[in-house]
Design a protein. Structure first.
Lengths: 998, 177, 463
């Protein structure tokens, strides 16, 4: 960095200015000056570069310059901080090589906590830079797979918009002065036993944190710990409280379930156990050769979800009516202890036959069935579901109850209401908001933001300086979970000790450190705190080994919460049918942005939402019939008038949505999310009140007459009678297994007069099981993070220029009101007779000896002829310079094994050729062939349902070769004789004949 | 030794006159004769006995060379120099090679035609004595000239001038070197 | 050949003459060469030239912005990765064809009337090809690497891929441009000599002199000259047919429904000549008015060209019908859908507009009244030019927007930069064309001389 011509110019300041976002540039410089003068900064400096700092003692100008320079470098995503290895010893997952070898990534086990609940993952680290999240095969919630959010979490780590400095009223302060302030404020509190001290957390399952909280609450007995999770699990807890008298955590063992009934639950794609559920669900639907057993799924839902799409039978009902439906089923199965009178309306209604058939099917599979209520459903539905499962004898077999995962299992809304009332009453002197963003997502009727001003000392720790930190004096940058030590429980209680892969980029603090500040030893590091806690749990000489193993495996042994067997209380409150009048408004957490906390994640914003394929926005989803009644078209901007509160939202017609019901997704319309998330979509929280947290009636829709463009990646969802997704019923397959191949009409190989190319050695191929695919889109994000695929933004998606190498198409079959839905993941087909190669004028794309359709970026001149001639339209073109070549922190995330594409070149799925070559090199070194399953493509690795299989089709013993031999295996657009290496297994359904015939 | 003048030139008003004159001059036995006209006149060519022409043969050869170049280049590149599997097609995809073969045939033939023309006509020629005749500028407008060159064995400054004047030209004048 | 010429002329005596009576060698020479040699530049030249220059500026702006930002400034997207650029390319190339056809094919067919229009028709060809040539370069994602489409020894050891129609294009178009240029230049040599001998300006004399290469109209030269032009005509004829055939291969070789059709080559060639003659008329009609060339470019010429347009127009019409028929007859669901989409899809209006412009309106040319009315001819020619542009738009954009997998279907619309580039090349075309008519004889002087009655040798030709 030294420049001999300019003695003190250690960093080219002009260059820094150029790098900074122009809009933010001015304040940035001001803050740099401050940065360079605060004592806090000197403290940092002492910590980091004591020697250089001393060098300049005698020279004021030089020192000043030096400080500025260091300030710049630290503020700039820590140019020096970014690659520092943690000093604490963490355990590489792969034993050899023990030491870091450039080009050889290490894997570390940790966990991604979403709404507090962990999914075990292995994080790939290149020379100390975490770059990719993979599932942890040993972890019960992962089994080696992940969901989209976990895949994208690595991008959050490098987000340049994360809050980077500890601030007091916007001024930068050192950690020490915060500790001072805290101590000062706590002085009087210790006298009153912490009467004015309040903590507000989101859902959290960390045993260590719990331990810390209890310590703090012992110190301040009158302090209160409040709990608010906008899209939490309180409904199920409430249901359990009614049924068993105490809040419980309920999960399902779908591997054992033959019949599943979903009551408005998207259990396959959302929720902490969705990855595991998808795996178990798909495992019971793998039809291979003579193995034709399939489970059956009934779905009753308001919003069309991927789970509904997978249902063998699907019934759209308004969210409020689902309670009646549940009651009807409960009555049918003879559930005791609940009032099922509400069901009578249903059993007499048009769905009587349907319900009867479901009830019969459930009863026939007592003990081997599961009724799953949606997290966003009412406690009553949960209560009824529990009763049904009791009646069917599922409890303890397919339905498991344990103690709650949450450390503070209260009703989120009641807890927050209590806090707000205390704030109003002026009882709250110190409010510590640990994570969460109530300033944005608290129910509107609480008036949280206004009442915050009545709190004397307001402290917020979070990844971002968000809407809530705006309301607090103190904002503490939180360490990303990849930056610090912690621990968390999975859906079944399994604890994972989360180890950091990198020192905090922005000097963030973990919540453990924050709580320590309120305890007796304020200056403990997270490592000491977490390890200390577990040492207390496992005293004894073997602790170090135990610790090593637990951290290494990503699982703490024997921490699964024991199943509880409780008597079903008959004193449960009777379920009363809610009066439904007018339109119903349904709130749902966004499938990817969740409650809004991932709003600044470009990968998740650009990830097409299942079914709608909507990106960069949320919309008011309505059914076709309701749209007709209201005269709504797609992209009509409408005013949602819900109980006196108004929000403008674009309408989108979603086939299969319940009539007279409108779904809005939470998490958009952020104002302090960052450059990516600000002003994206509309804020549905503005309509959300504590009396209707999930849904409520009384919505009015007014057309504004204007249009709002929505960026979707798929407009046409009908197959036009083409053999695209070939589907059938299990009975059809049993009678005539070859139906799929016949529909595909593959021309015989002998047709050509020329001999085809021979593929000796490896011949890579892929098979995608459309029966298994649940349409969760995890593969798309996995591919994006593995292959350095850029984010292009809403305008470019509107121009139909998304860059995803693999996409998940969805097609409808049957009527608009309740269609059958099929998912089809489409990567490059790697055709043996590739139309794209034939027309490339410069040999930029041609065939490898192993049958890969190679793309040579630096030979491509960008005629786009290949893109036109690709019948599968999997080729993606860099119409502009899409890759971010400037933002330093984003460069750290890139996969060094994949080149970053520039403007004007074509790109597409490579079957993760970098992984293929790595495996081949390893195999060659050991003088063997690549083993089956040794190469796992990014999409395959992420897929919860294991719908994607990759391997060498020349090896008859390989899984892929066996799948290709299956009767269900067919090529997409086979009649074109492109000979794709990627083939599909036809989608099978297992409908109930009784319903079919009626 | 170089003759004192390049030749004698007679100017005529019409193509007919020129053609007639040319025929007379040939009959007289003059061989080193050249006619100049603002547009091609078949009869004059015949009169001057211009029949032989090697251009078509050259063009044929050029075309054949072009065709061979085209096909062999493609064959060498696709089969010998850089054999690679493109879309599962045979390395020697001869039907695809025909177009470029054809185009190069035409290109080479056309280039041979033009270069051949210039070569056979000895163009470009920066200087030529006939331009020393002031009225020769009209040869590119509406006048017709006949020139007997001094190199002709029968050429005699005086007699030839006599003879030319007898063909009733508009005028006869000497062409200086 | 004199026999034939005499016959032609005697036959023509009866009808409207090719050249209005009363002209001599001197008058035609002076009339045509004065347009170039006159000192004062007429206003009716200056004004359109300035407009063309303005449009040329638009072109340069659009291209500069394109090079700075990338082809993303255009409306192209997945699945329509070719849009206006390639449409314009095919359109311009097609227009070029008329020039070569007039100069080569009509020469071989002894259609001596073409002598007074071939010069500027050939010039039009050159400039149209120049405009067309810009697009394949501009539409590249990385235009600075365009030369990778040519075979040349290189350190990468990689060469073009000769199975790709784009490489065929490169050879076909560059060959076509070269041969047209040679043909045009050879035709110019005698007239350059005329200009050399007629101008009084030293610089002009020097320039024309160098270009004329010392041509002096010697009989021995004329003899080789005529052979050469016949040979060139013979070479250019198959070439001009091949060029648009190759261009049509860009589509027929691809598997896109609506592209993958064997009738494209003849259909494209006919369309090319169709639009080409339209452009010749669009140029000729104002020119003869501006420069009072009615006596050299007579009603006969306009009438003949109108007839050629009518004939090719019928071929094109037949192709449209047959294309639709084949779509149905193929019994291939994708082909059938492609046709159906053209007729009833979101772009149907383009198809109907194309039918109106190329099929319906030109039927007026059956009437002699229309063929001999310059205003009507001019309007119809413009209409055909629009129609032929639409034809390429329908083939390229409409077919691509809905191909095999409905999931990828998308609607294409151009951006302001697409329009700017297109309008820009029109500017480039007229800019070059107006420079040409100011600096070179727009009518072949020596060939017009041969059309005069005086040109024939009247007696004693037989041996």
């Amino acid at each position: 960095m030294t420049n001999p011509s300019k003695p003190y110019a250690y960093l080219d300041l002009a260059e820094i200015r150029a790098r900074l976002d122009s809009s933010r540039g001015r304040e940035y410089w001001r803050s740099l000056e401050e940065l360079a003068n605060t004592e806090g900064f000197e403290e940092l400096l002492e910590r980091e570069f004591p020697r250089q700092a001393a060098e300049w003692k005698d020279d004021a100008a030089g020192r000043r310059q030096f400080l500025k320079v260091m300030g710049a470098s630290l503020a700039l995503a820590g140019l020096s901080a970014c690659t520092r290895q943690p000093t604490e010893t963490i355990m590489p997952y792969v034993r050899q090589p023990e030491e870091v070898i450039p080009g050889k990534p290490l894997f570390f086990a940790t966990a991604v906590p979403i709404a507090g609940v962990a999914t075990g993952v292995l994080v790939e680290s290149h020379l100390g830079r975490p770059t990719k999240v993979e599932g942890n095969p040993d972890h019960p919630a992962s089994l080696g797979a992940t969901d989209a959010i976990a895949q994208a979490s690595v991008l959050d780590l490098y987000d340049p918009d994360r809050s980077q400095t500890l601030t007091y009223l916007g001024d930068i302060r050192p950690w020490s002065s915060f500790l001072g302030a805290a101590r000062e404020a706590l002085g009087p509190q210790s006298a009153t036993g912490g009467a004015g001290l309040r903590f507000l957390t989101g859902a959290t399952t960390s045993p260590t944190l719990a331990d810390q909280f209890h310590a703090v609450l012992q110190k301040f007995p009158r302090a209160k710990w409040h709990h608010y999770e906008p899209a939490g699990r309180q409904a199920s807890r409430a249901g359990a409280r009614q049924a068993f008298g105490e809040p419980l955590n309920t999960y399902y063992q779908l591997a054992k379930a033959d019949v599943i009934l979903s009551l408005d639950s998207d259990f396959l794609c959302t929720g902490p156990a969705s990855v595991r559920y998808a795996a178990d669900f798909a495992a019971r639907r793998r039809v291979r050769g003579q193995q034709t057993a399939m489970n059956r799924l009934y779905v009753v839902e308001s919003t069309a979800t991927p789970t509904g799409a997978k249902g063998d039978h699907r019934l759209p009902l308004r969210a409020a009516d689902i309670e009646m439906f549940a009651a009807a089923v409960a009555a049918g199965v003879g559930a005791r202890g609940v009032d099922t009178s509400a069901g009578s309306q249903m059993t007499s209604g048009p769905h009587a036959k349907w319900i009867a058939a479901v009830v019969k099917d459930l009863q026939q599979h007592g003990g081997a069935s599961a009724v799953i209520p949606g997290e966003q459903q009412s406690p009553a539905v949960h209560l009824l579901a529990l009763a049904i499962n009791e009646a069917l004898g599922n409890t303890g077999k397919t339905v498991i109850h344990t103690d709650p995962l949450d450390l503070n299992p209260v009703d989120d809304f009641e807890s927050l209401r209590e806090l707000v009332e205390d704030m109003d009453a002026g009882k709250v002197e110190i409010l510590v908001i640990v994570g969460g963003n109530p300033g944005y997502n608290a129910p509107v009727d609480f008036g949280f933001t206004q009442r915050m001003s009545k709190v004397k000392l307001r402290i917020h720790i979070g990844l971002y300086a968000d809407e809530t930190s705006e309301l607090c004096q103190w904002h503490i940058p939180e360490a990303h979970f990849l930056e610090t030590w912690s621990d968390a429980r999975a859906y079944d209680g399994t604890v994972t000790i989360m180890q950091p892969l990198i020192m905090p980029l922005y000097f963030g603090r973990s919540v453990h450190e924050l709580l320590a500040a309120f305890g007796d030893q304020p200056n403990q590091t997270p490592y000491q705190i977490v390890k200390g806690y577990w040492n207390r749990q496992h005293p004894g000489p073997d602790f170090e080994d135990w610790w090593r193993k637990a951290v290494h495996d990503g699982i703490v042994p024997n921490t699964v919460l024991p199943a509880r067997q409780l008597a079903f209380k008959s004193s449960a409150a009777p379920a009363k049918p809610s009066q439904v009048q007018g339109l119903e408004l349904v709130f749902r957490p966004d499938p990817f942005i969740f409650d809004g906390r991932f709003a600044n994640n470009g990968w998740l914003q650009e990830l097409p939402k299942p079914l709608t394929t909507l990106t960069w926005d949320n919309a008011a989803l309505v059914s076709p019939r309701t749209a007709e009644r209201l005269g709504l078209q797609n992209e009509d901007l409408v005013e949602l008038n819900f109980r006196g509160r108004k929000v403008k939202a674009p309408a989108w017609i979603l086939p299969g949505h319940a009539d007279e019901s409108v779904t809005v997704h939470l998490g958009f319309g952020r104002t302090h999310a960052g450059r990516v998330g600000n002003g994206v979509g509309f804020n549905a929280y503005a309509l959300r009140t504590s009396d209707a947290p999930s849904f409520g009636s009384g919505l009015e829709i007014v057309k504004t007459g204007s249009k709002y463009p929505l960026a979707v990646t798929q407009n046409a969802h009908l197959m036009e009678g083409r053999a695209i997704v070939i589907s059938g019923e299990i009975d059809e397959y049993r009678k005539h297994p070859g139906f799929a191949r016949e529909k595909a009409e593959e021309p015989p190989k002998e047709l050509t007069i020329y001999p085809g190319f021979k593929y000796e050695g490896y011949a890579w191929g892929m098979a995608i099981d459309q029966t298994a695919c649940v349409g969760c889109n995890a593969c798309m994000v996995a591919c994006q993070s593995e292959n350095n695929i850029p984010v292009v933004g809403k305008d470019q998606v509107l121009m139909r220029r998304p860059m995803h190498w693999i996409r998940v198409d969805s097609y409808y079959k049957g009527g608009m009101d309740n269609p059958e839905t099929y998912f089809q993941p489409v990567p490059c087909m790697h055709c043996e007779n590739a139309p794209c190669e034939l027309v490339c004028p410069v040999q930029a794309t041609n065939h490898s000896a192993e049958g890969l359709n190679d793309m040579v970026y630096n030979r491509c001149v960008g005629t786009r002829y290949c893109g036109n001639n690709c019948p599968y339209k999997v080729r993606r073109f860099n119409f502009f310079l899409y890759s971010d070549w400037t933002t330093p922190s984003l460069k750290l995330q890139r996969n060094p094994d994949v080149s970053v594409r520039s403007r004007g070149v074509m790109e597409k799925c490579t079957y993760c050729v970098q992984r293929i070559n790595e495996a081949k090199i390893d195999a060659e070194k050991e003088g063997r062939k690549v083993r089956d399953g040794e190469i796992v493509t990014a999409c395959q690795g992420a897929c919860p349902a294991q719908a994607i299989v990759f391997g060498d089709i020349n090896d008859p013993a390989s899984r892929i070769a066996k799948l290709k031999a299956e009767q269900l295996n067919y090529s997409l657009l086979a009649e074109l004789n492109t000979r794709p290496r990627t083939t599909y297994l036809a989608a099978l359904r297992n409908p109930n004949p009784e319903i079919e015939n009626s | 030794m170089k003759p004192p003048v390049y030749g004698l030139m007679a100017e005529f008003e019409s193509p007919t006159a020129l053609a007639a004159a040319a025929r007379r001059v040939r009959e007289q036995g003059y061989r080193r004769v050249e006619a100049y006209s603002p547009f091609p006149i078949e009869e004059v060519n015949e009169a001057l006995g211009l029949h032989h022409n090697r251009l078509p043969m050259l063009v044929l050869l050029g075309g054949i060379l072009g065709g061979l170049t085209g096909y062999l280049m493609q064959y060498y590149i696709a089969v010998v120099d850089f054999p690679i599997n493109v879309g599962g097609r045979p390395l020697h995809s001869w039907p695809s090679f025909i177009i470029i073969t054809f185009e190069l045939t035409i290109l080479f033939a056309a280039l041979t035609t033009v270069l051949g023309l210039l070569g056979l006509c000895g163009l470009p020629m920066p200087y030529h004595p006939v331009f020393n005749v002031p009225r020769f500028a009209l040869a590119s407008r509406d006048r017709f000239f006949l020139c007997i060159e001094a190199r002709d064995p029968m050429f005699d400054r005086h007699d030839t001038a006599e003879f030319l004047s007898s063909l009733d030209p508009r005028e006869v004048c000497e062409v200086a070197h | 050949m004199s026999e034939e010429r005499r016959q032609i002329i005697s036959v023509e005596r009866g009808r409207v003459p090719v050249i209005a009576p009363g002209h001599t060698f001197a008058t035609v020479t002076d009339k045509i060469s004065t347009i170039v040699l006159t000192r004062k530049t007429p206003l009716y030249w200056l004004v359109p030239f300035l407009i063309a220059s303005g449009l040329l500026m638009v072109f340069l702006t659009a291209v500069s912005y394109l090079f700075v930002k990338g082809v993303g400034i255009w409306g192209i997207r997945v699945p329509v990765m070719w849009g206006w650029a390639i449409t314009n390319f095919v359109w311009w190339i097609g227009i070029g064809h008329a020039g070569t056809l007039i100069s080569a094919i009509l020469l071989l067919l002894n259609q001596s009337w073409r002598n007074s229009i071939n010069r500027f028709a050939e010039a039009m060809t050159l400039f149209a090809v120049a405009c067309a040539g810009t697009y394949p370069l501009l539409h590249l994602g990385r235009p600075w690497l365009f030369y990778w489409l040519f075979p040349y020894p290189n350190t990468m050891g990689v060469q073009p891929q000769f199975r790709s129609p784009l490489v065929w294009d490169v050879f076909a178009v560059s060959t076509y441009a070269t041969v047209s240029l040679l043909f045009w230049f050879v035709g110019l040599i005698p007239d350059l000599a005329t200009l050399r001998d007629r101008t009084h300006n030293r610089w002009a004399k020097a320039t024309y002199g160098i270009l004329a290469m010392g041509w002096r109209g010697a009989a021995s030269h004329w003899q080789k000259y005529e052979t050469a032009s016949l040979l060139l005509a013979g070479l250019a004829t198959p070439l001009v047919i091949s060029v648009h055939t190759v261009v049509s291969f860009d589509f027929t070789v691809a598997i896109v429904p609506g592209w993958h059709s064997t009738i494209f080559p003849p259909y494209f060639v006919a369309g090319a000549i169709y639009s080409g003659f339209a452009m010749v008329l669009v140029l000729a009609i104002p020119l003869r008015a501006m420069y009072g060339l009615g006596d050299l470019i007579t009603m006969r010429h306009l009438d003949n060209m109108a007839k050629v347009m009518l004939a090719t127009g019928q071929i094109v019409a037949y192709s449209y019908l047959f294309e639709t028929f084949i779509g149905w007859y193929s019994a291939n669901q994708y082909e059938i859908y492609a046709i159906w989409n053209r007729l009833t899809g979101p772009y149907r209006w383009t198809y109907y507009a194309l039918i109106l412009c190329n099929l319906v309106i030109p039927q007026l040319l059956w009437l002699k009244k229309i063929r001999t009315n310059v205003v009507w001819l001019f309007m119809i020619s413009l209409d055909v030019l629009v129609g032929m542009w639409l034809e390429r738009y329908v083939i390229i954009v409409v077919s691509l927007s809905r191909d095999f997998l409905p999931s990828s279907w998308a609607h294409y619309w151009p951006t302001i930069w697409d329009v700017a580039t297109y309008v820009g090349t029109i500017g480039l075309f007229f800019f070059l064309f107006f420079l040409f008519i100011r600096s070179l004889p727009m009518i072949s002087i020596f060939e017009v001389r041969t059309l005069l009655p005086q040109a024939e040798v009247t007696e004693g030709v037989e041996k």
